[in-house]
Write a protein that binds this ligand. Sequence first.
Ligand code: CMC
Length: 429
Amino acid sequence: MPKDTLTLTDNRTGKTYELPIENSTIRSMDLRQIKVSPDDFGMMAYDPAFMNTASCRSRVTFIDGEKGILRYRGYPIEELAEKSNFLETAYLILKGELPTRQQALEWENNITNHTMLHENIKKFMDGFHHDAHPMGILVSTVAAMSTFYPLGRNIHDPESRKRQIQRLIAKMPTLAAFAYRHSLGRPYAYPDNDLSYTENFLNMLFKATELKYKPDPALARALDVLFILHADHEQNCSANTMRSVGSSLTDPYSSVAAAAAALYGPLHGGANEQVLKMLAEIGSTDKIPSFIKSVKDGERKLMGFGHRVYKNYDPRAKILRKTAEEVFEVTERSPLLDIAIELERIALEDEYFVKRKLYPNVDFYSGIIYQAMGFPTSTFTVLFAIPRTAGWLAQWEEMLQDSEQKIARPRQVYLGHGQRSYIPTEERG
Ligand code: CMC
């Protein structure tokens, strides 16, 4: 009769242990009973970089990396990208269900009414140097928001959490747009509440002297698709940071700032910026073979390729390749797209990439689209942070409501010195 247990034999002692299996996992704490002597601390699991450790149970996002499947709350990413918009998807991710018409109206209304920034946040931004990276400005100003909304620290009050979540989702585009305009030395453009979420973002970025900014509907829709694709991605580096920082019961502004800082790195959300630099450096399709050789020789990485979870084509990259073609119908076609397509073709036929199951990830095409839409490279990671805020906050809510979660605190395997006595300076060799 099959049993949902795992039997382990410790060959050091000959003892056998039976550990329960639930959802295909064993609890690491069940290993603690495995000891060689009564005063032994007990066995732990060693897993640098969390390669095979589930840190939580989640109902938000499902990924099957082998098959290239991504779903938010059960809905395939392809369907959401085709039929939904970002605000509706953010609602789904945060609340678990698609909104009714009434709920959608209320949600949109609440977000729209929170897009303004306190004038002092603007003054705070003015202090940054003109060439400050917009992501550095974003990380710092989100953190500073915790001082503007001290009630955000009432993290055990569901009503307060709801207000902070609305504020953060509403204000991230304004912060991002102001950070961008600051870097250009342009006056800030205030939100226009007649516009949709992505239209308004374009307005705050690109409005010049016209009285009313009219965003290109095709570009606003492309941005909506990009935002949907970036809204959540289960326990990635920044979501894990959000949960980890939030687990000490920090306010959501500080936790989002920490998550955004994790996103900033070139191996995570900073990769889209690196992809563009790489494509520009390659310059033309005839240079691709020598570039691939340098990757295979270990001199560099093919940015926008590879993923910890996907060992198949990232479904978001597939959608973006199509979105890129749609965007180029209204903008000038970027020569970088042809380099990217050829680079992908060559890499996917090359044994190095095939053997390691390295496929394009979401960052491979997103940068090319952003560039065609007029975004400077330095804003690409900011464009990732805006929609991902919905995911971070959904992960944070779930963590706070999970009775099994406590302050995150991994163990270590200590390999340093044993106890030794202090040596006075004059006696040290
Ligand atoms: N170019 C060349 N080789 C690669 C790449 C790449 N982009 N990615 C992985 N490899 C190789 C790696 O060198 C290793 O080879 P070997 O077995 O010979 O040592 C093997 O593939 C396995 O890679 P890994 O580094 O153990 O995989 P990981 O799960 O630790 O890293 C990753 C995942 C995304 C950090 C990595 O693939 C990478 O650095 N990619 C480039 C950066 C990038 O595009 N990041 C965006 C990720 S998707 C969006 C997001 O999550 O933010």
